[in-house]
Design a binder for this molecule. Structure first.
Ligand SMILES: Cc1cc2nc3c(=O)[nH]c(=O)nc-3n(C[C@H](O)[C@H](O)[C@H](O)COP(=O)(O)OP(=O)(O)OC[C@H]3O[C@@H](n4cnc5c(N)ncnc54)[C@H](O)[C@@H]3O)c2cc1C
Length: 363
C-alpha cells in the first residue's frame, strides 16, 4: 500500500531533523524516513575517541542549544547521539526508522519514494542522506594486490584493533599502519594511532595544512558565514575556510604533532603485496592501510530523477534542485548552503528548504 504525506524527508540525521523541526513549525504534513535503526545518523558509527571540533553550544541545531558535556569542552560522538535522540523526541518529529529509500520517481504531479518497506507518495521531497554511507577511495595502482587489511575512515574504531588484533595470520604483529589523507579524519586517526604507540606512516597530498591552534569550529562557522555574506553582497571571495588550512588542531592532534609523531610523507604511487611504494622506489611495509580519503554525497536514491551532475552532485539554487523544484537537498556541504555539513551550519539551509517547501505546497 502506498502511504501519503505532503512532504517526505529522506534521512534522519542532524540535517533531516533540522528540516523536520522547521517543517513542523510551518505546519507541514511530513514524515522522516531513516535507514538507521536508532537516532543519531552517522554519529553512531564514528571512532571511539572522536570529539567535536566545537564546544557544545556551537554545535546546536535550531531551537535547542546542545547542553555541555560534563568534563568535556568538546563533546564526544555519544553526546551528539544523545542530543539528537532527545531533539527528535522533544519536537515529536515523525521519524520512521529502518526504512531505506531506494528510489524517488516522478509520478504525475507527485513524487513516489520507493523504500524497502513500501512506497510513500509526496508532493515534495527533502533529501538529507549525508555522505557517511558513500566512502570514497581513490584509484591507486595495486590496491587489489595488497594482502594486509584495507579500510576506510567509516570502519575505523580504535588503535587496539591494530596492535596485533585483527591482523591476518602470518603477518607482522607490530601493527604497522599507513594512514592516507591530510584532512581532519586523516589527522585525527593518525594521531589516535600514534599516541597509542602504533607504528604509523602518515601520507598526505599536499603536505598537511594545520589551522592555527586558536581556530576551532566556532571560528570556522564565523568565517563561512562571513564568506556567504560577502558573496551575497557581491564583494570579493576571500576563499573562506579553505584559505585558512585543512586540519583543525584539536587537542589529540596538537599533542601528537607537538610530540613529533605526525611526520607526513607525500602520497605513494602504488600498493604492493606487503605495503606501499613511492615514485623514487622507497617502500614501507604495512599490516593495514586506512583510507581517510573523504566521501561523496549519498544520492543513489535520486538516480531515477536524472539530475546527477559533476562529482555526483545535483545542481541547486539554494537547496532546491534546479531541474526538479519539488526536491530539496540539505546538509551535504557548502554546495547546499555554507557550512551545511555541520551541526550549527545546517539550521539555516534547513529553514530555507522548509520555507520553500511550505510555500510550494500552499501554491
Ligand atoms: C569524522 C567526522 C567528524 C566530524 N566532526 C564534526 C564536528 O566536530 N562538528 C560538526 O558540526 N560537524 C562535524 N562533521 C560533519 C557533520 O556534522 C557530520 O558528518 C554529520 O553526520 C552530517 O549529518 P547529516 O544529517 O547530513 O548526515 P548523517 O549523519 O550521515 O545522516 C544521514 C542519515 O540518513 C540516512 N540515510 C542515508 N541514505 C538513506 C536512504 N537512502 N534512505 C533512508 N535513510 C538514509 C542515514 O542512515 C543517516 O541516518 C564531521 C564529519 C565527519 C565525517
Amino acid at each position: 500500500m502506498t502511504q501519503r504525506a505532503d512532504a517526505v524527508v529522506v534521512g534522519g540525521g542532524q540535517a533531516g531533523l533540522a528540516a523536520g523541526y522547521h517543517l513542523r513549525r510551518l505546519g507541514v504534513d511530513f514524515v522522516v524516513l531513516d535507514a538507521e535503526s536508532a537516532p543519531g545518523g552517522a554519529w553512531q558509527h564514528t571512532w571511539d575517541s572522536l570529539h567535536l571540533f566545537s564546544p557544545a553550544a556551537y554545535s546546536s541545531l535550531p531551537g535547542r542549544i546542545m547542553p555541555a558535556q560534563p568534563g568535556e569542552t568538546y563533546p564526544d560522538a555519544q553526546h551528539v547521539v544523545d542530543y539528537l535522540a532527545d531533539y527528535e523526541k522533544r519536537y515529536e518529529l515523525p521519524v520512521h526508522r529502518s526504512v531505506q529509500a531506494q528510489a524517488v520517481h516522478r509520478d504525475g504531479g507527485r513524487l513516489r519514494v520507493e523504500t524497502d518497506v513500501g512506497d510513500w507518495s509526496a508532493r515534495a521531497v527533502v533529501s538529507a542522506t549525508g555522505t557517511w554511507s558513500r566512502p570514497f577511495l581513490p584509484a591507486v595502482p595495486g590496491r587489489d594486490l595488497f594482502t594486509g587489511r584495507q579500510l576506510h575512515t567509516v570502519a575505523y574504531r580504535r588503535p587496539q584493533d591494530f596492535a596485533g588484533l585483527g591482523i591476518p595470520p602470518g603477518r607482522s604483529r607490530s601493527g604497522r599502519v599507513v594512514v592516507v589523507g591530510g584532512g581532519n579524519s586523516g589527522a585525527q586517526i593518525a594521531a589516535d594511532l600514534a599516541l597509542a604507540g602504533i607504528d604509523l606512516t602518515w601520507v598526505t597530498q599536499p603536505p598537511p595544512r594545520y589551522l592555527t591552534d586558536d581556530i576551532d569550529g566556532r571560528v570556522l562557522f564565523d568565517v563561512a558565514t562571513a564568506r556567504r555574506r560577502a558573496l551575497d553582497e557581491g564583494r570579493t571571495d576571500t576563499g573562506g575556510v579553505a584559505s585558512l588550512g585543512d586540519i583543525v588542531a584539536v587537542p589529540p592532534v596538537r599533542k601528537a604533532r607537538d610530540a613529533g609523531l605526525l611526520q607526513a610523507k607525500p602520497m605513494f604511487t602504488q600498493l604492493t603485496t606487503m605495503g606501499v611504494k613511492w615514485a623514487d622506489g622507497t617502500t614501507a611495509e604495512a599490516d593495514a592501510v586506512i583510507w581517510c580519503t573523504g566521501f561523496r554525497p549519498a544520492l543513489a536514491h535520486l538516480a531515477p530523477l536524472g539530475l546527477r551532475g559533476p562529482r555526483g552532485r545535483i545542481a541547486t539554487n539554494g537547496t532546491r534542485a534546479v531541474a526538479e523544484p519539488r526536491l530539496h537537498l540539505v546538509g551535504y556541504g557548502d554546495w547546499t548552503g555554507p557550512a551545511s555539513a555541520t551541526l550549527i551550519g545546517v539550521g539555516r539551509p534547513a529553514r530555507d528548504a522548509a520555507r520553500e517547501v511550505a510555500a510550494f505546497l500552499a501554491d
